[in-house]
Design a protein around this ligand. Structure first.
Ligand code: ATR
Length: 277
């Protein structure tokens, strides 16, 4: 009998997670099946109780439930608690434990892509929403020494910095200042939805110069190359889109459920094919 896994969200129809996980169950000959569950906010508690009742082994949680779901779980991993959001639930003998693999997934994607010691690097995060918080706390928990945040609303950037339970040097500034300061950073990470399909002509900041050897990374993967990454390419920076983060957050969830780290390159091929090549 297959073990059942899934993803809950609203909307959920366009999620690439089912095809990505099901392909890996097949490839790795694991008796598992992963299903998208469309869950409205008012039915979230029922849906979470249903995980136990139906003996579902694990689920991913996506927009808009990542924060609210926490109050229905039996246990929450300390990093997920610090981030304030859960994207992965593991059903451990009828106890539901919540994790966040978005932030750790981003860090894995960055370190495996960049192959540099991120601890000594100076990092700028653009944006101060849920994704920024997950990435910021995960980078800090890996011992990064300096991370600044620039955001339209400075108060939201400061909330992330002040709420961080780990020690780090950090300051905040508004988006308009980013152009003049972008050449101070080794790694620039764009975490807002600005530039995402269909508004592909938009760009969070104007990148006029970058430090030699800099990496510019955007968590958007539709389009594969945002305006920001195009600018970064023209300036000679190394660029990374959001596909790697998506793959690694999924791979880390898969590993928590099955104990097996899946084949990232196969996952990349599957997802890329479904995104139209
Ligand atoms: P998520 O939780 O998915 O990361 P979010 O909480 O909606 O998304 O956060 C979105 C981020 O994008 C925030 O930093 C937001 O800036 P504010 O804190 O000022 O709201 C930023 N953002 C979204 N749309 C924006 C826009 N049009 N211009 C500037 N910043 C924008």
């Amino acid at each position: 009998m297959n073990s059942i896994y899934g993803v809950i969200g609203d909307p959920i129809g366009h999620s690439l997670s089912p095809v990505m996980h099901n392909e890996q169950f097949q490839q790795l000959e694991i008796a598992g099946a992963y299903h998208p569950f469309h869950v409205k906010t008012e039915r979230l508690e029922d849906a979470i109780n249903g995980i136990k009742a139906l003996q579902i082994k694990g689920v991913n949680v996506t927009i808009p439930h990542k924060v609210h779901v926490m109050k229905y779980l039996d246990e929450i991993d300390p990093l997920a608690k610090a981030i304030g959001a859960v994207n992965t639930i593991v059903n451990e003998q009828n106890k539901l434990k919540g994790y966040n693999t978005d932030g750790p997934g981003y860090v894995r994607a960055l370190t495996e892509f960049a192959q540099v010691d991120i601890k000594s690097k100076s990092i700028l995060i653009i944006g101060a929403g849920g994704a920024a918080r997950a990435i910021y706390y995960s980078l800090v928990s890996h011992g990064v020494k300096r991370i600044d945040i620039c955001n339209r609303t400075i108060h939201n950037a400061n909330k992330i910095i002040e709420g961080c339970p780990f020690e780090v040097e950090s300051s905040s500034f508004v988006l308009e200042e980013a152009s003049g300061r972008s050449d101070q950073y080794d790694i620039i990470i764009q975490t807002t939805s600005i530039g995402m399909y269909p508004d592909t002509s938009e760009c969070a900041i104007e990148l006029r110069s970058v430090k030699s050897g800099a990496i510019v990374s955007d968590i958007i993967y539709n389009p594969f190359q945002t305006q920001l990454l195009k600018q970064a390419n023209l300036l000679g920076a190394k660029t990374q889109n959001g596909l790697d983060m998506f793959l690694f957050q999924g791979a880390l969830a898969f590993e928590k459920w099955t104990g097996i780290f899946p084949n990232i390159e196969q996952m990349r091929n599957t997802v890329t094919k479904h995104l139209g090549g």
